[in-house]
Design a protein. Sequence first.
Length: 538
Amino acid sequence: TTGYDVLNLIDGVLVDAGAKDALTRIDRAFTGVEASYGEQLRDAKHEVLEGSFASELEVLTSDLKRIADADRRTRDYTVFAMRIALAEIVARFPVYRSYVTSDDPSPDDVTLIEDTIAAAQKTSRLPDRSLHDFVGAALLGRIETEGPGRPTREHVARFRRRFQQLTGPVMAKSLEDTLFYRFPRLLALNEVGGDPGHVGLSVAEFHAQNADRARSWPAAMIATATHDTKRGEDARARLLALADRPEAWKAALDAFAELAAPHLATIDGEAAPDRIDLSILLQGLLGAWPLELLDGDDAGAIEAFRTRFLGFVEKALREAKRHSSWVNPDEAYEGAAKALVEAVLAPGSAALARLRPFARELAEAGMRNALARTVLKYTLPGVPDTYQGTTFWDFSLVDPDNRRPVDYAARAASLADAAPLADLVRAWPDGRVKQRVTTRLLRDRAETPALYADGDYRPLGEDVAGIVAFARTGGGEELVAVAARLGPGARDDAARLPLAAGTWRDVLGDRTLTIAEGGAALRELFADLPVAVLRRTA
């Protein structure tokens, strides 16, 4: 894969799955939208099928009609009904595509298609739902193609091919380029390859998936930021922390609505921007909030941020296709949203002053999440991919913001910095601590490539709350990685991680640990950082 699966795997384990109900309640109360994520995704799929992919749906319907007309038992199906049935099935397709060929379909594809057909039938608008079964039979090669009065094998194969070529782009367009800008429950989860309908991942499931990766996909890519991610990896790390503090998030939303009220426009009798867009704007601001603005107003930093953020506003509104779009931009609504941003991002604004304490709290929590993600990225089974410039903090917005020029000279200069790790932690906003963690782990990978390429994966400390930990062993080498999750209040620092007694080298810091029987206390492992990577030396 291209690594997005692991992006969502790592981010998932850093989110408190128990916060789903609270986040859902807050989102529904603020936006007034009661529809579930699944319902909203199906609506978005129907919209893009009727818009961007209308011609493709017509061609697919014609292919199906040609198959049906070849058999007297199915030739009474109408084009109108076929079009409805196909749209319902595509809208219910839970993944990007199936991979059925002329050979017998795999058991996974059979289950996928049969389950999708059944789900579409349950809520179909058609009185005769046998048509859905006919579509399923065509997709699974269960239609007889030999003899007179039968469709040709080529016609069935073409229908199957075109169907599978359609579901992928429909999913991408309706999910990544539409619903991700409509569903604001927790924007950090609205990421390529992700499923915002799920909040959080259990430590047990995280371990199970990584053990499978070590067995079956040890050389698969690990990506945490790319040219196509919806926000910078460290902006996501901040927003993930909203799940740790739902009531504080609710208070921030209510405060933002109060601050925004005097600056809202009225369009067709409704406030603009509306509550959905207010939530998206606030999360965008908190995720990308410049470090220079955490402690006060800097006119130059505010101006630069405002220019970048206005580009994000335009893209978000047009991608959402609720009030504006690329095809039919609504200048009045976009202007209202931009005017609000101009008012908020003005030197000395009440909004900056009132939101700054929460932005600072999220920034510090995001720093911890980001370091945890960095350790997991470079130690899990797989090959890590480092997107340009992300060895320092990455608070970028969606493209083109994440494709700005990178100051490589600054990054190269800081590589020679030999400051103690504790000093880098105290000065964390300058990004050197993230670079130190990254470079130490890359160096360790270079020194023992076989361990990282072929080493097995074993969960550790599964009963220790607030952490995720595992061991990689192979070729006489042993590595242990441990990262804090869900904030300091989620763990007992006196708790002990079950490490084997002996001498261990701290890969990230410059220290040697002598572990006694009974393991190591978390407070010892996290003396400098909320992460630790240890190598057994004796």
